[in-house]
Design a protein around this ligand. Structure first.
Ligand SMILES: Nc1ncnc2c1ncn2[C@@H]1O[C@H](COP(=O)(O)OP(=O)(O)OP(=O)(O)O)[C@@H](O)[C@H]1O
Length: 259
C-alpha cells in the first residue's frame, strides 16, 4: 500500500451546477506520494466541491483530474475506489451496522462480484481495526459510538480499502480539541498520501506538508504552508484581520480579529 507511487493532478478544474455559475474555477494543483494537502478557505469557498472533483464524485465541466497521468473519468469508478478512499462527514449512523461491518465495507471495491469476503478482506479489516485501536469496539453498533470513535471507524474503513490516497472532508468536525489533535496525529502517523479540508488554519499549518487556499471558488495559493499561509492571504480570503507569529520551533500560529 505504501510503496506505490502516486500523482494526482487537477488541471484547470471548473465545476458549477447545471445552468448555474461555476462554484470552483480553473483549479490546478497536484499531490504526490506522501504529501498531506490541506485545503482551507471560508464557508462556501468551494472546498467540498473541489474534493468531489478530486475523488471522482462529480465530473469537472472544464479541466481534468488525472491519476498518474490518466483522466480519472477514464479509469472507472471501481478502480478509482480501489485507489482513492473517501471519508466524508455524512456517516452511516442510522443503519444497524456493527463497527466491523462498517470497516469491512472498505473492501467492497476489492470484492469479486457477489463472492464471499476473502481471507484478504478479513485480514485487511482486522489490520485496520487494530491500527485504529478499535478491536474492542468491533461488535458495537456504529450508531452507538461517540463522534471521535465514529471518525476513527471511518478512517479504519478507508484503511481497509488499502488505497493509495485518502481524501477527507473536515475530519475534525464535531470533535473537541483533544480529539482533533488525536485524529490529525493519527492521520499523520499513517504515512499515507492525504488530501483533507480543514477549517482550523493553525491545525492545517501543523498537519499539512502542502496547503491550498480557496477564495470564492478560486485558488489563491498552493504550496508549502510557510510560503502560502501569509497574514495577507488569510486576511483577504477570510475577511478578517489575521496576524502570524512564528513560534520557537519555527511553527506558525495565527490569531484573528474582525476588521
Ligand atoms: N450541487 C450544487 N448545486 C448548487 N449549489 C451548490 C451545489 N454544491 C455546492 N453548492 C454551493 O456552492 C457553494 C460552495 O459549496 P461547498 O460545499 O463546496 O463549500 P465549502 O467551502 O466546502 O463550504 P463549508 O466550509 O461551509 O463546508 C455553496 O454556496 C453551496 O451552497
Amino acid at each position: 500500500m505504501l510503496e506505490k507511487c502516486l500523482r494526482l493532478e487537477a488541471d484547470g478544474v471548473t465545476w458549477g451546477p447545471y445552468r448555474g455559475k461555476p462554484i470552483i474555477r480553473d483549479i490546478s494543483l497536484s499531490v504526490k506520494t506522501g504529501d498531506r494537502l490541506a485545503i482551507i478557505g471560508p464557508n462556501g469557498a468551494g472546498k467540498s466541491t473541489l474534493l468531489r472533483c478530486l475523488y471522482r464524485g462529480i465530473r469537472p465541466q472544464q479541466g481534468l483530474v488525472r491519476l498518474d497521468g490518466t483522466d480519472l473519468w477514464s479509469i472507472g469508478p471501481r478502480e478509482a475506489a480501489r485507489r482513492i478512499a473517501v471519508v466524508l462527514q455524512e456517516t452511516p449512523g442510522d443503519f444497524p451496522f456493527s463497527v466491523r461491518d462498517v470497516v469491512m465495507m472498505g473492501r467492497i471495491p476489492h470484492r469479486k462480484g457477489m463472492a464471499r469476503w476473502s481471507e484478504e478482506d478479513h485480514a485487511a479489516t482486522a489490520a485496520a481495526l487494530l491500527r485504529l485501536d478499535l478491536k474492542h469496539l468491533a461488535l458495537r453498533q456504529f450508531a452507538s459510538l461517540s463522534g471521535g470513535e465514529k471518525q476513527r471507524v471511518l478512517i479504519a474503513r478507508a484503511l481497509a480499502q488499502e488505497p493509495e490516497l485518502i481524501i477527507l472532508d473536515e475530519p475534525t468536525n464535531h470533535l473537541d480539541i483533544r480529539h482533533q489533535l488525536e485524529i490529525l496525529a493519527l492521520l499523520k502517523g499513517l504515512g499515507l498520501t492525504i488530501i483533507t479540508t480543514l477549517h482550523d488554519i493553525n491545525l492545517a499549518a501543523d498537519f499539512a506538508t502542502h496547503v491550498a487556499v480557496l477564495d470564492s471558488g478560486r485558488l489563491s495559493g498552493h504550496g508549502l504552508p510557510a510560503e502560502v499561509l501569509t497574514a495577507e492571504r488569510i486576511s483577504s480570503a477570510f475577511r478578517v484581520e489575521a496576524s502570524r507569529q512564528v513560534a520557537g520551533d519555527a511553527s506558525h500560529r495565527f490569531s484573528f480579529s474582525l476588521r
